[in-house]
Design a protein around this ligand. Structure first.
Ligand code: FES
Ligand code: FES
Length: 150
C-alpha cells in the first residue's frame, strides 16, 4: 500500500495485524510517536490521519492506503516550531516528556477544531491524552496561548 507521512509518500507492505504505531516506529523510523499502553487508553500514540486525531496503536496500517498521516515530526518546519510547540516550552508543559508528542499532536487538532473556548473545554477535548507527570494545568495554558487566548 502507499501512504503519505509528513508530506512524504511511502510504499510499504505490512502484515494485516500491524498497527499504524508499529509501522511508524518500526518500519519508517519515526519514533517520536510513543507507545504507552498500546490499547487506546493513554493517547501517547496520537497522530493525525487526514487531519483527524487517532490513536495509532488502535489503527490498522492496512486501512490507510492513500491516507495522509501527520506525526510529531511533521509539525515543525525545520527548526521553526509551531506556536503550540513554542507554548509548551514557554509554559514548561512537561516533565518526563513521554506523553508530550501525543499532547502536542492532539492539542494541534484541538485548536484547529476550535475546542478552546475555555480551560474546561480544552480539558474535555484533550481528555484522551493522559500525563502521568500531572502537567495538565501547564498543558492547558500552552493550548490556550497557542489558540490566541492568552
Ligand atoms: Fe495508543 Fe496508549 S499507546 S493510546
Ligand atoms: Fe511525563 Fe506527561 S510529561 S507523562
Amino acid at each position: 500500500m502507499s501512504l503519505t507521512v509528513n508530506g512524504r509518500r511511502h510504499r510499504v507492505s505490512a502484515d494485516t495485524r500491524t498497527s499504524l504505531l508499529d509501522l511508524l516506529r518500526e518500519d519508517l523510523d519515526l519514533t517520536g510517536t510513543k507507545k504507552g499502553c498500546d490499547q487506546g487508553a493513554c493517547g501517547a500514540c496520537t497522530v493525525l490521519v487526514d487531519g483527524r486525531r487517532v490513536n495509532s496503536c488502535l489503527t490498522l496500517a492496512v486501512r490507510l492506503d492513500g491516507a495522509e498521516v501527520t506525526t510529531i515530526e511533521g509539525l515543525a518546519d525545520g527548526d521553526d516550531l509551531t506556536p503550540l510547540q513554542e507554548a509548551f516550552i514557554a509554559h514548561d508543559a512537561f516533565q518526563c516528556g513521554f506523553c508530550t508528542p501525543g499532547q502536542i499532536v492532539s492539542g494541534t487538532a484541538c485548536i484547529r477544531e476550535g475546542h478552546t473556548g475555555s480551560p474546561a473545554e480544552i480539558r474535555e477535548w484533550m481528555s484522551g491524552n493522559i500525563c502521568r507527570c500531572g502537567c495538565y494545568p501547564k498543558i492547558v495554558r500552552a493550548v490556550e496561548q497557542a489558540a490566541g487566548k492568552r
